[in-house]
Design a protein around this ligand. Structure first.
Ligand code: ASP
Ligand code: MG
Length: 299
């Protein structure tokens, strides 16, 4: 069993989502897919909530453009026969988001829990659209609301996961699942069912939690760069790809600001000895970076 996680750029538009589905097709069985919000959407949702909290009516235009971005993908990827039904379903989600934002507009208050509720729509929308796009390519696929599987405390914005409880729920949930499963990263909920998030970039962490709970063979983080590099390639032209690295070195790089992987991703994997591969959706044949203890053990 494997976990494949695809980041925001990988699912930013219809063309990229089709690339992602090609990669999923190679792994189809016994795979859990974790997806981020469409690239840029989480930032837009924060902007949306902030505008509303300031009483700025401009939020309405931004709200429409967020919906339109998702609708465009539905128009691009879904067969005409299915389109109406899916647009109807997604409209229910838009209404829910609108209510969250209108409430912020009315109260002029942006609590961390309201912000989590708003941000969660990025993954709620992306997972639904991507699951339908997968079905549209004749692959059986079931989508799950990550909030029912990952339980946290109420530290909104960067909630702490109740590992024991979540692993129990996850392993029970997947016990008899045979088809491809897909869920959104980043989002979770408190014991009472209130939406929380795992902090920005937290979809990687979701993938690691699912992988560790299910004792998978590998966790693959599919992103828009070839892997971990010796330096930031945007600043240093001669940055080199690191093909193999230990958990502790990777964790140190992540905590010191390398954006490729969320720092919390490493721990669940180390504890179960599951290798993490960082791979590039736009260069799937590339070797990527393997994070494990193998290199150290060879010494
Ligand atoms: N969508 C969330 C963010 O932009 C989580 C993630 O992409 O990992 O931070
Ligand atoms: Mg990321």
């Amino acid at each position: 069993m494997k976990v494949l996680k695809f980041g925001g750029t990988s699912v930013a538009d219809a063309k990229n989502i089709n690339r992602v589905i090609d990669i999923i097709l190679e792994n189809k069985r016994d795979t859990v897919v974790v997806v981020s919000a469409l690239g840029g959407i989480t930032d837009n949702l924060i902007k949306l909530a902030t505008l509303a909290s300031k009483g700025d009516m401009g939020y309405k235009t931004l709200f429409s453009s967020i919906c339109e971005r998702h609708n465009q993908i539905i128009r691009d990827l879904i067969k005409p026969k299915e389109k109406e039904k899916i647009l109807r379903e997604i409209n229910i989600k838009y209404k829910e988001l609108e209510e969250v934002i209108e409430n912020i507009f009315t109260t002029k208050e942006l609590s961390l829990s309201a912000l989590d509720a708003a941000m969660s729509f990025g993954e709620q929308l992306s997972v639904y659209i991507i699951s339908e796009a997968i079905k549209n390519r004749n692959i059986l696929c079931e989508f799950t609301d990550a909030r029912t599987l990952i339980k946290t405390d109420d530290k909104f914005g960067s909630a702490n996961v109740d590992i024991e409880k979540s692993y129990k729920i996850i392993s029970n949930y997947f016990k008899n699942k045979k088809n491809l499963s897909i869920m959104g990263g980043f989002i979770a909920s408190t014991q009472k069912g209130i939406t929380t998030t795992l902090s920005r970039g937290g979809s990687d962490y979701t993938a690691a939690l699912i992988g560790a709970a299910l004792n998978v063979s590998t966790i693959e983080i599919w992103t828009d760069v070839d892997g971990l590099m010796t330096a930031d390639p945007k600043k240093m032209k001669d940055a080199l790809l690191i093909p193999e690295i230990s958990y502790s070195e990777a964790e140190e790089m992540a905590y010191s600001g390398a954006k490729v992987i969320h720092p919390k991703t490493i721990k669940p994997a180390v504890l179960k000895g599951i290798p993490i591969y960082i791979k590039n959706t736009f260069n799937p044949k590339g070797v990527g970076t393997k994070i494990s203890n193998e290199k150290e053990n060879r010494k």
